[in-house]
Design a protein around this ligand. Structure first.
Ligand SMILES: Cc1ncc(C[n+]2csc(CCOP(=O)(O)OP(=O)(O)O)c2C)c(N)n1
Ligand code: SF4
Ligand SMILES: [Mg+2]
Length: 310
């Protein structure tokens, strides 16, 4: 049983990063590194993580690190993994490192989807983590395929009108051995999913909701609270997909089993400035209804039906 006390003390994400206060990506990196350990190679595509790592020789990341072009996440990983295998074959490397690709939602849902799909189809042995802050935050908050209905971004000034993609389902359709979602409000759940991914061979896809204080417009001290509210209202479902089965985990499992009551989506929307405009508009109620329907549809897709108490 994993507990906070049992986590490794070694810090591979060091102090001195250039992330904003309360940045979800930097906390997520810290937890992921604890799960994977020092024999890990980190690959990063253009995103806030390219910047928050700091600049050489003052990097906050105490691991071998390669920054790659925005669209190339999956292809970069396939190349690095092939290089590792060649070194092992030649007897120049004894223990294969874990390869971790770290990308934002823009680099995953949009520009990186073909490279990711190719790597999954080639069964490249690596872990792909998408930290999903539901927008292109590094370049100043533009919409992405992960942005939910109603959310303000600089390119959706009146609130986005289209549905977000369900990329975890797209990855499941690739028949890769492990797909999981996670939240920073449940760090041990995330840690255990990373540990599990490390032990499985093939392509593993983990997606973490990453509420971004400046982009979502809430105080940085509320980052964990907003992460928790997303799960409690069902806008972010925690689950794993393994051996062809979906399994809800943690707080989502308790909600699906009726042990805790689902909270209304509007509670979650109201703590974020990015929904302020749409909630105050004549379309506000319709956006709220569409997001509740989005939650039901996601549960239906994973579970087959929506329990009546949800
Ligand atoms: C081909 C290309 N187009 C645009 C950019 C500029 N760019 C750098 S990071 C970024 C946004 C990345 O968004 P996301 O993947 O969601 O990561 P986040 O910034 O949210 O961490 C963009 C558009 C780029 N580096 N390369
Ligand atoms: S803009 Fe958001 S994701 Fe980017 S460094 Fe700041 S808090 Fe982190
Ligand atoms: Mg993003």
């Amino acid at each position: 049983m994993v507990s906070f006390k049992s986590l490794p003390e070694e810090e591979l994400f060091l102090a001195g990063s250039t992330a904003c206060q309360g940045c979800p990506a930097s906390l997520a990196l810290r937890i992921a590194f604890k799960a994977l350990g020092s024999n890990t190679i980190l690959l990063v595509v253009a995103s806030c993580t390219s910047v928050l790592q700091g600049s050489y020789p003052h990097s906050a990341i105490n691991l071998p690190l390669m920054n790659a072009a925005f669209a190339t996440g999956g292809a970069t990983a396939s190349g690095v993994v092939a290089g590792i295998k060649a070194l092992v074959k030649r007897g120049e490397l004894e223990e294969e490192p874990t390869v971790l690709m770290w990308a934002g939602d823009g680099g995953t849902y949009d520009i990186g989807i073909q490279a990711l799909s190719g790597a999954a189809e080639r069964e490249t042995d690596f872990i792909y983590v998408c930290y999903n802050n539901e927008m292109y935050s590094n370049t100043g908050t533009q919409r992405s395929g992960a942005t939910p209905i109603g959310a303000w971004t600089t390119t959706t000034p009146g609130g986005k009108v289209q549905h977000r993609k369900d990329i975890a389902q797209i990855m499941i359709a690739h028949r890769i051995p492990y797909v999981a979602t996670a939240s920073l409000a449940y760090p041990l759940d995330f840690y255990q999913k990373m540990l599990k991914a490390r032990e499985i061979r093939g392509t593993k896809y983990i997606e973490l909701l990453a509420p971004c204080p400046p982009g979502w417009k809430f105080p940085s001290s509320k980052m964990i609270e907003v992460s928790r509210m997303a799960v409690q209202c069902g806008m972010w479902l925690l689950y794993e997909h393994e051996d062809g089965e979906n399994r809800f985990t943690g707080a989502t499992k308790r909600m699906i089993e009726g042990k805790v009551k689902k909270k209304p989506v509007v509670d979650y929307l109201e703590v974020q400035g990015r929904f302020k405009q749409v909630l105050a508009s004549p379309e506000g109620k319709e956006a709220e209804r569409m997001l509740e329907e989005d939650v039901s549809e996601s549960i239906r897709r994973l579970h087959g039906w929506v329990p009546e108490y949800i």
